[in-house]
Design a binder for this molecule. Structure first.
Ligand code: GLN
Length: 247
């Protein structure tokens, strides 16, 4: 698999603020011919750009597997992870999280004519289910629903696993709400919501434990963006942008 990186022109690594992400998660991060930073675009890219402005550095983006992001930031390979990452208790043991900036939950993506999956509980009826490796959705199907191992397929990219519902290889994919909706729309699939089974999750930005200097700047930027309504605005803008481009 090919992961790319992009930076605005600039020199010297200390001039850069390095963001780790997994750019297969629209509307938060995805690649496109003309992105906000190189080929990268999305709500998280826009937020990270503001943070970089606030710390007076240029944003550099490192695209990698979602499962490796926590290790990358805790070993200092990247300065922060902005990846629609849910601030879970487990991850809090390895990294420090900013204030939350977005509330999501999991949804189930199924074929448009599917009638036998109307709740999370229905996935237990021998359904083949896809998730992205290491996502909260993976944790839910593995630990909460306890689906049989041979029924679960784990992929590295949300974009790819949803294709498997489209081509009939999988009955369902469990994935975050905004991304599930964007990908379902793009692929002519259907969303099943089950708020009782899927709790709300808060997205936050991760930094290396103890990096309070950067964390304070991140929180400052987020609180300004929240107060001005900019984050909501971005969410609406990217919804429309993706619908138009059918990303
Ligand atoms: N919110 C989910 C998680 O943190 C998925 C994030 C993502 O794919 N980028 O696990």
């Amino acid at each position: 698999m090919l992961f790319r990186s992009a930076a605005l022109a600039g020199c010297g690594s200390s001039d850069k603020l390095i963001m780790g992400t997994n750019a297969a998660f629209p509307p938060f991060e995805y690649t496109t011919s003309q992105g906000l930073v190189g080929e990268f675009d999305g709500i998280d890219v826009a937020i990270a750009n503001k943070i970089a402005e606030n710390v007076g550095k240029e944003l550099q983006i490192e695209d990698m597997e979602f499962d490796g992001l926590v290790a990358s930031v805790s070993t200092g390979k990247v300065d922060m992870v902005v990846a629609g990452m849910t601030a879970t208790d487990e991850r809090k043991q390895s990294v420090d999280f900013s204030d939350p900036y977005y509330v999501a939950s999991q949804v189930i993506v199924v074929a448009p004519d599917n009638t036998d999956i109307t709740s999370a509980e229905d996935l237990k009826n021998d359904k083949t289910v896809g998730v992205v490796l290491g996502y909260t959705g993976d944790n839910i199907v593995t630990n909460d629903l306890q689906l049989a191992e041979d029924k679960v397929t784990r992929a590295n990219r949300g974009i790819d696993i949803v294709q498997d519902v489209k081509n009939g290889k999988l009955d369902a994919v469990v994935i975050d709400s905004a991304t599930g909706k964007a990908l379902a729309e793009k692929n002519g699939l259907k969303i099943v919501e089950d708020p009782q089974a899927f709790e709300t999750e808060e997205y936050a930005i991760a930094v290396k434990k103890g990096n309070t200097e950067l964390l304070d700047k991140i929180n400052e930027t987020l609180s300004e963006m929240k107060a001005s309504g900019e984050i909501e605005q971005l969410a609406m803008e990217y919804d429309e942008k993706l619908a138009e481009n059918n990303q």
